[in-house]
Design a protein around this ligand. Structure first.
Ligand SMILES: [Zn+2]
Ligand SMILES: [Zn+2]
Length: 174
């Protein structure tokens, strides 16, 4: 199955789940199906997903999915181990699409209604996964296991910021 299709399937299941959330009852959830879905660049590391609004509309005037140009998600989130997280990312962006443009308290209250609480905690792990993929080496602290992703070997010249122990080189793909 190609990536667009996988993404659309995940989005459909997210929207179905949203129908079951009473707090979203009064919102235009069914219109979320109309939003074009796409992907961020593969080498993006900071951004995991984004809701892009149509140009020329002030944020304060965004009222729902019809004001949304597209929702893009990181392609790596479609890897099997991160699909639960992909669903949560879409849920997050769909709340933006429903007219909640900022991350204020109201947004966070709706975001917290996502039923899969494993997925909601996967952001940090996903970020680490992206950095690991991007770099060739991990300088690992043998004491606290903290990893410093780098493109070159450290060759024993660097120390852990916390423990001051000499870092060891580990290939990033291992
Ligand atoms: Zn957001
Ligand atoms: Zn350490």
């Amino acid at each position: 199955m190609d990536d667009e299709l996988v993404l659309r399937k995940i989005a459909n299941s997210v929207i179905l789940t949203m129908y079951e959330i009473p707090e979203l009852d009064h919102l235009q959830v069914e219109q979320l199906h109309e939003i074009p879905l796409g992907f961020l660049r593969k080498d993006a590391t900071r951004l995991h997903a984004v809701c892009r609004y149509r140009k020329g509309i002030a944020k304060s005037q965004i009222s729902g999915p019809k004001d949304v140009r597209c929702v893009d998600i990181h392609p790596v989130a479609l890897e099997h181990e991160f699909r639960l997280y992909a669903a949560f990312l879409l849920y997050h962006e769909f709340i933006h699409a429903l007219g909640f443009t900022g991350h204020d308290r109201n947004f966070r209250r709706l975001e917290a209604l996502w039923p899969n609480t494993t997925a909601t905690k996967m952001g940090e792990m996903f970020g680490l996964h992206l950095r690991r993929k991007r770099f060739k080496w991990l300088w690992r602290c043998p004491q606290c296991s903290k990893e410093y992703p780098r493109n070159r070997r450290g060759n024993g010249r660097y120390r852990c910021r916390e423990c001051r122990v000499v870092l060891i080189d580990v290939p990033a793909e291992s």
